[in-house]
Design a protein around this ligand. Structure first.
Ligand code: MOS
Length: 736
């Protein structure tokens, strides 16, 4: 591994290479794809949350214009389930197959798929499907509407928390709750399935994992994986709900095979929100013990998250707690409660973002109890090495983040008295929280071609979910070849390309770029071999002696461009393969990213208006490969954090577990009017222990810490400690 210390393209702000295609509409998203003879599917959702499907009345729907067929539990092929293994690459979001039997587990569960000539015809007919149900009345409402604790699925402990609590001078004990949230990707779930010769299945899907979907489909349809191709060139974002396949894709592929025509199913927003995954609700009890100086003596973090009756998705809220602070006595417990909701799934910084809300609010409350500055309390308990694994960090600049963000924010000017800072009618609150997210890497392969037309092509099967993967791949190739980014084409998002990772866990950059670098070096070696051949500029040279600069090979003052070398030898291209995987470094170091958020809220009690006015963040992710896109990730995460903090909540009717706000009129997300002034700083401490680019990953960390910083600022302004997200105006109006 050769560390890239003085990069020419990496770490330079680089406009997206796919930006123009996206602006002009040339970039085709799955929803845009049209193939000849294509039919349209529209699922029919169940209108009860628990029971058994009885008679389906389909005559009226079948008679509607354009209707070709209606699939349901008595008219659907017998398929096999996917083994649902993360390790073996066939994990799915909902393991039950569509229309598998007559049981209904949640409101919205598909009971039929109407297939028609047009989307409008399919939708109109779907509205005419009538269903009878045998309703069962033991509906399990959401976690937040129940006292149930759930079953224990995981725990961690070190030291002796009980003794530490008994001996502590100061303790804190409170319960925090987070409402379920929707991912709300701009592009909803969509599948276009096409069979060739009834032997080959081609699926276009808006997915964060083309290989996972391919493998799962191969299991379900009992085909060799080589006969299934999954394509996702452009994705209208996915925040975890597109990691693993959902039943609409299976229903669509089955319909296409049955009818011998391509079928496309675009989930309407309501079904995307009911059936396409959400962040589950969680309830967390957080207990802290400290001495008078604010040194943490013990932490107990007990969490319960929801899952559905048919899947066991665990939102591991305590994941970040054992390594967050220097503390000898720590215990976490994770519980799971099954309810009659659609299956939840990972959502941006899953588990940890919820756990950090509880932990960072609790730290603020502890600071208050100690009469200590919340920032000073974080510093006092700074973990210089990973206390969970007892290993050094590869690189941890949280102290720099805290200091830099505090200075830019003006934290020193904070008057700690509640409600003491005012401007006009508004009361100003300052709050802060730390941010963290693990840094992981996976295995990846890539291919790079050097072409006679002077361009290069880099290819990897991984997909760009909108975060800028196309661009960073081009930057990596540019870095190693000296060819400008504009002359580098990138192909992603096809299972026919070299195997690449899920776009998830903030792992894509660190996973893909080392493989691309290896493939680039291999392609350059292929070119060197050509260049020393007879009749060439470099005949007789040792190929290893040829240096690369500015798209040319050089030796002893002679220089020959890549295209010139290929032309001289009448070659169209040379190509290289590469692969990369994490090595033994994980046994030597702990890898995490860090950050600090400082938030100013303004509360106008006269008109009951609460707004986030200002966010100042410093983020340490090693090196940001493309600071433009990286900053954009953090800014987007801050907006999402404002949604989590103040607005977003999936509302289920407590009587029948029906999701009642599954639309963008009733489910509130932040809009432009909610945008604060945002100041994001990306530190630049390359983490070469992680990979040669020094890059960890940036997709998720920005969301961690925003909601607690808001809650802490709200307390500073109003004196109200709101421990339930989202923080509503109503909760601030309650009497003291
Ligand atoms: Mo992320 S929740 O791994 O898309």
């Amino acid at each position: 591994m050769s560390e890239i210390h003085d990069p020419a393209s990496v770490a330079h702000p680089t406009p997206r290479i796919d930006g123009e295609d996206k602006l002009t509409g040339r970039a085709r998203y799955t929803t845009d794809w049209q193939v000849s003879g294509m039919l349209h599917g529209y699922p029919v959702p169940a209108t009860i949350a628990h029971g058994v499907l009885g008679a389906l009345e389909l005559d009226e729907a079948r008679a509607m214009p354009g209707v070709v067929d209606i699939l349901h539990h008595r008219h659907f092929p017998r398929l096999k389930r996917s083994p649902n293994s993360m390790k073996h690459g066939d994990q799915v979001s909902e393991v039950r197959l569509p229309f598998e039997d007559e049981r209904i587990y949640y409101h919205g569960q598909y009971i039929a798929l109407v297939v028609a000539e047009t989307f409008a015809q399919a939708r109109a007919a779907a509205l005419r499907v009538r269903a009878r149900y045998r309703r069962e009345h033991d509906v399990r409402p959401g976690l937040l509407a129940s006292d149930a604790e759930g079953e224990t699925v995981d725990h961690y402990s070190r030291g002796d928390p009980d003794s530490a609590f008994a001996a502590a001078a100061v303790t804190h004990d409170a319960t925090y709750a987070i409402a379920p949230e929707s991912h709300v990707p701009l592009e909803p779930h969509v599948t276009l399935a096409e069979w060739r010769d009834a032997e080959h299945l081609i699926v276009h899907e808006s997915t964060q994992g083309v290989f996972y979907e391919r493998n799962a489909l191969a299991r379900i349809f009992e085909m060799p994986a080589e006969r299934v191709e999954v394509i996702a060139h452009y994705i209208g974002s996915g925040f975890g709900n597109k990691l693993f396949m959902w039943p609409h894709a299976v229903a669509t592929a089955a319909a296409a095979r049955l009818l011998g025509r391509p079928v496309k199913t675009v989930l309407p927003r309501q079904q995307d929100m009911m059936n396409g995954g959400h962040r589950p609700a969680s309830r967390q009890r957080l207990r802290l013990a400290a001495d008078r100086d604010g040194r943490l003596l013990a932490i107990r973090h007990d969490s319960t998250s929801e899952t559905s009756l048919i899947d066991r998705h665990v939102d591991a809220c305590g994941g970040a707690t054992p390594s967050a602070y220097a503390c000898d006595n720590v215990a976490t417990v994770q519980r799971l409660l099954a309810v009659n909701h659609g299956t939840p799934c990972p959502m941006r910084a899953p588990g940890e973002v919820s756990g950090i809300f509880a932990l960072e609010c609790a730290m603020d409350e502890l600071a208050l109890a100690l009469d200590m500055d919340p920032l000073a309390l974080r510093r006092r308990n700074y973990a210089d090495r990973d206390p969970q694994r007892d290993l050094p960090w590869s690189s941890k600049q949280l102290d720099v983040c805290l200091e830099s963000a505090a200075a830019r924010f003006g934290w020193a000017a904070r008057d700690p008295r509640i409600g003491a800072m005012r401007e006009g009618d508004e009361i100003i609150g300052y709050g802060m929280a730390a941010a963290t997210w693990f840094a992981g890497r996976q295995h990846c392969q890539a291919r790079v071609e050097i072409r006679a037309d002077g361009t290069l092509l880099a290819a990897c099967g991984t997909q760009d979910i909108g975060t800028g993967t196309y661009t960073i791949v081009a930057q990596a190739v540019a870095e190693l070849t000296g060819v400008p980014v504009a002359s580098i084409a990138v192909r992603l998002g096809e299972t026919g390309l070299p195997a690449g990772p899920l776009s998830g866990g903030s792992m894509t950059t660190a996973t893909v770029l080392p493989a691309v670098a290896a493939a680039t070096r291999d392609a350059l070696d292929a070119l060197r071999d050509v260049a020393v051949g007879p009749g060439s500029h470099f005949a007789g040279h040792d190929p290893a002696s040829l240096e690369v600069a500015q798209g040319a090979l050089m030796a002893e003052g002679k220089r020959s461009g890549f295209a010139e070398i290929l032309a001289r030898h009448r070659l169209g291209s040379v190509s290289g393969q590469g692969s990369a995987a994490p090595g033994g470094e994980r046994r030597q170091y702990s890898f995490r990213s860090f950050g600090a958020h400082f938030v100013e809220v303004r509360w106008d009690p006269g008109i009951s208006r609460l707004r986030v006015a200002r966010v100042v963040s410093s983020i340490d992710v090693g090196r940001a490969v493309n600071p433009l896109a990286a900053r954009n990730q953090v800014e987007g995460a801050i907006v999402m954090g404002i949604g989590m903090g103040l607005l977003e909540r999936l509302d289920y009717d407590p009587r029948d577990a029906r999701l009642i706000n599954a639309n963008l009129a009733d489910y509130r997300v932040p809009v432009h009017a909610d945008m604060p002034d945002v100041d994001v700083e990306l530190l630049d401490y390359p983490d070469f222990r992680f990979n040669e680019f020094g890059a960890r990953g940036i997709g998720e960390i920005g969301l961690t810490g925003i909601a607690p910083a808001i809650a802490n600022a709200v307390h500073h302004a109003t004196g109200k400690r709101i421990r339930e997200l989202p923080i509503t105006i109503e909760s601030l109006l309650d009497s003291h």
